[in-house]
Design a binder for this molecule. Sequence first.
Ligand code: NAD
Length: 298
Amino acid sequence: MAVIAFIGLGNMGSGMAVNLVKAGHSVRGFDLNKDVVNAFAAKGGKPAASVLEAVTGADAVVTMLPAAKHVRSVYEGDEGIIAQVKPDCVLMDCSTIDVDSARAVGEAAAKAGVKFVDAPVSGGVAAAEGGTLTFMVGGPEAAFEAAKPYLEKMGKAVIHAGDAGAGQAAKICNNMLLAIHMIGTCEAFVLAEKLGLDLQKFFDISSKASGQSWSMTSYCPVPGPVPAAPSNRDYKPGFAAPLMLKDLRLAMEAAGSVGAKLPLGAHSEALYTAFTEGDGADKDFSGIIRMIADGRAR
Ligand code: NAD
């Protein structure tokens, strides 16, 4: 079995790394936070003292880091992952970052003759632990084929989106659509209630009519119709509003860079900014329904 370096053992990375251990791989884990490295070691991982120690001689490297600056700092430069791994090693960055940074890291790897893919995920902490993530992968065909067997151990779907950066592009387009769907679904429930409709009845109708979406049928923002949805537990995340805001900012930044005018995407970003700066900082993104119901959304 392969030797894998896993950098970033946070909320998502910890579950993903354990799934690689369960698949029989030897997984060296590194994180700036020693507590999560120790927790990983207790689950069969091999603790590493630095990025360099983790990646030296590894067959594959997975990174799951907060943002582009962290990703670039571990991959680039003379001490970076690209310069330090053996030539046949495959590199997978599963963090959500901007398209341009993903392309820049992809180009640096290609220049060095190392296989790299951007492979952001859809699915939250439960999917990371359960091995049911969806991976959207950008990079050359050979890098995708080399990465696929590892990603399959952490997810239920691994889809090649295109060249370097295409995984990140697909991720932010999808999540912008999700934000728009969610806000629309919340507005529909708020109006339904004000018009005196029974909300379960409205759900029964709309979930089988043309207003149907994942936000409605899998993640309903009002309590009751979908028992597993965060609306049934006071909007405890789930998918936290600040993470949705991060993805919307990346989407709007990308839109600006290609001159795309997206009024609903821009308005969604404004609404999630207001929600996150208000009482939504520790709430699931579907909790925005309260701001809309209270008439605080503009
Ligand atoms: P997190 O903050 O819980 O984990 C990130 C980890 O990276 C932390 O433990 C931190 O100590 C570590 N880290 C930071 N810089 C480092 C460095 N230089 N070297 C080693 N370790 C370093 O974040 P998370 O929720 O696990 O999210 C990770 C990524 O996945 C983000 O890009 C996020 O947008 C994306 N994502 C998260 C979710 C979710 O539901 N949490 C869902 C989809 C995608």
